[in-house]
Design a protein around this ligand. Structure first.
Ligand code: TYD
Length: 142
């Protein structure tokens, strides 16, 4: 994967554990591979619409790591200044998404499953769903 040119994000690579038996084991522990305490796990599956677009928001406080644990999809990251597309197709490769990072997911392969580890419990008020508001928050933060 190309290095990330966008702020407020990072690549997280889980060490694939192989011990001679069939299968690969990937482990994510808080404050080791994951830079926060994991308070919530959610996953998205049954993505059958090739035009599907998910995400399209940023968070004020919640931090997340997103994995593609089956299939592939394209993640678009936007820190308010730069944008970058990341193709995720390896179950052990995640993207850390800090606060104030606009993100969207699309181009899901068949049987694609997204797994997200989140720092906070679900809170609708933590979402920034308006792109202009996001740009203003980023601008005011600097
Ligand atoms: P949303 O975060 O918009 O999904 P995506 O990031 O894939 O675009 O959430 C979709 C719906 O699910 C929305 O009505 C809120 C609800 N939801 C919860 O109730 N709890 C959660 O932890 C999440 C992530 C979403």
């Amino acid at each position: 994967m190309k290095s990330l040119q966008v702020n407020n994000c990072g690549i997280i690579e889980l060490n694939p554990l192989k011990d001679g038996r069939d299968g690969v084991l990937a482990v994510a522990e808080c404050y080791k591979q994951i830079p926060f305490e994991i308070r919530r796990v959610y996953y998205i599956y049954n993505l059958n619409d090739t035009e599907a677009l998910r995400g399209m928001h940023a968070h004020k406080h919640n931090r997340q790591v997103i994995f593609c644990i089956n299939g592939s999809f394209t993640l678009t990251l936007d820190d308010g200044v730069r944008q970058q597309e990341v193709f995720l197709d390896r179950p052990n490769l995640g993207i850390y998404m800090d606060v104030r990072l606009w993100h969207s997911m699309r181009d899901f392969s068949q049987n694609c499953i997204l797994l997200v580890l989140a720092s906070d419990l679900y809170d609708a008020d933590d979402y920034i769903r308006d792109y202009n508001e996001f740009k203003k928050i980023v601008h005011d933060f600097v």
